[in-house]
Design a protein around this ligand. Structure first.
Ligand code: SAM
Length: 209
């Protein structure tokens, strides 16, 4: 029997949200080992839903199931993917390229195709396991995941009435975004924190005295 990677992270962060949805239509980006695919497929089988999984590589033979459709494409091959999925979906799961720029592009593009009260789930948003001397010690992943996290906060800052966001830091982290209405997203801007202001410099100085 095929071995799937440990799904405790996805179980922990995602199950509580998905449990609320009946007949879920799920769009998954990134199949590879098929661990998340199996997880979502099991849900679809139980709840009479349908899973659409997208990957640049051919994983079409991984499952033979009426509740599953495999689409071989890049996640940013927008026209092709839209032709192969329903016009609105309940859940989008992103686990392909984890650069902050790519995540933002995919999130902005597919967000309108998410139903109200649907969830956009983004894998790998925690930089903590990648810090120097931590379990996965990796400079690139540390910086990148921190950028993804910051980018999501920048988007949320300008859209807090449009969606709610929950971050989970178990393992390499997950962000779960719940769409609250059908409004268009407002353009994000870098959050202007006062952390590095002169005022804060003096506040810290006074605290030290
Ligand atoms: C981290 S793995 C996915 C792991 C999978 N979710 C699991 O639980 O086993 C990333 C996958 O994304 C695919 N991929 C990378 N870039 C992609 C892109 N731009 N569009 C679609 N798939 C892509 C890779 O082929 C690989 O299978």
């Amino acid at each position: 029997m095929k071995e799937f990677k440990d799904l405790s992270k996805i179980n922990y962060s995602v199950t509580r949200f998905i449990d609320k949805i009946y007949n879920p239509i799920i769009l998954e980006f990134g199949v590879q080992l098929g661990s998340s695919t199996k997880y979502f497929l099991d849900i679809c089988k139980k709840k009479n839903g349908k899973l659409y999984s997208v990957d640049v590589n051919d994983f079409s033979k991984l499952f033979d199931d009426i509740n599953w459709k495999f689409i071989r494409a890049r996640d940013d091959d927008f026209d092709y993917i839209l032709k192969n999925i329903p016009s609105q979906v309940d859940i989008i799961y992103l686990d392909t390229i984890h650069t902050a720029k790519h995540v933002k592009k995919i999130f902005n593009y597919y967000y309108p195709y998410l139903k109200k009260n649907g969830y956009f789930i983004i894998d790998d948003i925690s930089w903590l396991p990648y810090l120097k001397k931590n379990e996965f010690d990796n400079f690139y992943c540390e910086i990148n995941n921190k950028e993804t996290f910051d980018n999501l906060l920048n988007i949320f800052d300008k859209n807090s009435k449009n969606f709610e966001i929950t971050f989970f830091f178990k393992d390499t982290g997950t962000a779960v975004i719940e769409k609250l209405n059908n409004n268009e997203l407002s353009n994000d801007q870098k959050i202007r924190t006062r952390e590095f202001s002169i005022k804060n410099f003096f506040r810290k100085l006074v605290k030290k005295l």
